[in-house]
Design a protein around this ligand. Structure first.
Ligand SMILES: NC(=O)c1ccc[n+]([C@@H]2O[C@H](COP(=O)([O-])OP(=O)(O)OC[C@H]3O[C@@H](n4cnc5c(N)ncnc54)[C@H](OP(=O)(O)O)[C@@H]3O)[C@@H](O)[C@H]2O)c1
Length: 289
């Protein structure tokens, strides 16, 4: 199999998580990867995998090299990056590439306008940092894909399958919700983990023990839920909450503090933030500078 020529514009947390996952799953060796960002040459993780990864500070060199180019920068940088690509790449250069974006709120139509292409060669993806341990989750949103892009798309899907569960394809509007649920989700679980451990510390358990137990409890519960797909979380919760026992007392305390409502709000405001980011990017779009 010919190696997959993969390029990342941006080399921060979400790219490093993917690289770590690919290495763990033994699939990094199937790729010929290039990472471009201002400090790419200084980042230890890319040096560590230098057999398969080249670094550059030139987004143009990266686009000349890669068949798949993934945008993984903060949204405020993307327009100037597109302008930079337009200055140095011609239409055929851009037509050859499958452009992939993990940037929340950045619509396919906006990328098409900014890159001045209409080649059906853009895919949006959402995934989370759990790809680092091959426990990620990913999904795509795309409009029609050009026939010539099908192989690159299959390659992309193959690599992400090595580090996470494919959750299917969604519409771009749904991707805003997916961003909140699955992109931001690990941060929400971290907050739960920290708070539960704090509760145990408050009641006298050493912190390291409290944190270790909380993490393992989260993993155990997640595996239980995943192992029986038909089981609703409420069913598992009811099985644990024996009448008059400790769990129902704890659940009552959570309901009193409206924790359920707080999580519903967290997902909805995060999704709305993704929608607003789209609007902010549209404002950029109308700005010709
Ligand atoms: N972190 C997550 O869990 C997550 C999940 C889903 C989606 N996302 C999205 O993914 C994107 C990246 O997130 P992140 O967490 O990886 O951010 P990050 O850690 O801040 O990384 C951003 C990267 O962009 C690079 N960069 C800045 N300007 C650039 C330019 N002109 N050309 C090339 N690279 C440039 C930075 O380079 P230097 O390192 O050299 O400064 C850095 O490596 C964001 O849009 C974010 O919303 C993140």
């Amino acid at each position: 199999m010919e190696s997959i020529k993969l390029g990342f514009i941006g080399g921060g947390n979400i790219v490093q998580a993917f690289i770590n996952g690919l290495h763990r799953s033994n699939q990094l060796k199937l790729t010929n990867t290039m990472i471009s960002c201002p400090n790419a040459n200084e980042k230890p993780i890319f040096k560590q995998y230098s057999e398969y990864i080249q670094t550059t500070t030139s987004n143009i060199d990266l686009c000349r090299f890669a068949d798949i180019v993934l945008f993984a920068v903060k949204s405020k940088f993307i327009k100037s990056i597109c302008n930079e690509l337009n200055e140095h790449l011609n239409h055929d250069d851009k037509k050859r590439i499958l452009f992939v974006s993990v940037i929340p709120g950045l619509k396919i139509l906006t990328i098409e306008k900014w890159l001045m292409i209409k080649n059906e060669n853009i895919v949006r993806i959402m995934y989370n940092v759990a790809v680092a341990t091959e426990n990620g989750c990913f999904c795509f949103a795309m409009s029609k894909l050009n026939e010539s892009m099908k192989q690159s798309y299959e390659n992309l899907k193959f690599l992400f399958n090595a580090v996470g569960q494919y959750a299917g394809n969604v519409t771009e509007d749904q991707l805003d919700v997916v961003t909140a649920l699955m992109g931001s989700g690990p941060a929400f679980f971290c907050l739960v983990c920290e708070a539960m451990a704090d509760g145990a510390v408050k009641m006298g358990l050493p912190r390291d023990l409290a944190l270790a137990m909380t993490k393992q409890t989260m993993v155990g519960c997640a595996n239980l839920l995943l192992s029986s797909k038909d089981k609703h979380p409420a069913q598992l919760r009811d099985e644990i909450a024996t009448p008059g026992g400790t769990t129902i007392y704890g659940l009552h305390a959570l309901e009193t503090k409206a924790v359920r409502g707080a999580f519903i709000d967290a997902i909805s405001v995060a999704a709305q933030r993704a929608q607003n980011m789209s609007k902010e990017l549209e404002t950029f779009e109308n700005d010709n500078s």
